[in-house]
Design a protein around this ligand. Structure first.
Ligand code: CUA
Length: 142
C-alpha cells in the first residue's frame, strides 16, 4: 500500500508539472520572476531596446501606475519590471493572463508578447486603499 501511495503522489506531481508547462505553451504565459532590488527600477520608464523589444519599469503607488500610458507597435515583446512605492498593489493584465504583485522593496518581472493591436488594461487587483478602484494604466498596441 505504501508503494501505491508513493506512486499516486508522484503521478499527481507529474500532473502539476505537466499542467504548468502546458499552460505556459498554450497561453504563451511567462512564469514571473523575482529580481534583486535595485532602485533604478523605481524610476518609471519605457526603454526601447530595438523595434520589437521594450522594457517597462512600472511603478505602483497610491493610487496610480506610472507610466500610465504605454505605446508600443504590434508584435512587440515587453519585459515588465514591477515595483511599488508604498503598500502592496496588484498588477493584472487580464487579456494577457498576467497576474503579479507590486511590492515595495522587490522587483517582479514578466515578459509579454503583444501580437494583436488594441488597448490592454493594467489593473490593480489587490485592495490598497480608498483609491484602489481608480488604479489602472493602459498599453496601446498599434
Ligand atoms: Cu493599488 Cu489596489
Amino acid at each position: 500500500i505504501e508503494k501505491r501511495i508513493i506512486f499516486s503522489s508522484m503521478a499527481v506531481m507529474g500532473l502539476f508539472v505537466f499542467s504548468l508547462l502546458y499552460a505556459m505553451k498554450k497561453y504563451k504565459s511567462n512564469v514571473p520572476e523575482c529580481l534583486p532590488y535595485d532602485k533604478a527600477y523605481a524610476e518609471p520608464k519605457v526603454n526601447k531596446l530595438d523595434d520589437k523589444t521594450y522594457q517597462v519599469f512600472s511603478v505602483a503607488s497610491m493610487w496610480q501606475f506610472q507610466p500610465a500610458e504605454i505605446y508600443i507597435p504590434v508584435g512587440s515583446e515587453v519585459d515588465f519590471y514591477v515595483t511599488s512605492k508604498d503598500v502592496v498593489h496588484g498588477f493584472n493584465i487580464a487579456q494577457k493572463n498576467v497576474n503579479m504583485m507590486a511590492v515595495y522593496g522587490s522587483i517582479n518581472k514578466t515578459t509579454v508578447k503583444f501580437d494583436k493591436p488594441g488597448v490592454y488594461d493594467i489593473v490593480c487587483h489587490e485592495y490598497c486603499g480608498v483609491g484602489h478602484q481608480n488604479m489602472h494604466a493602459q498599453v496601446y498596441v498599434n
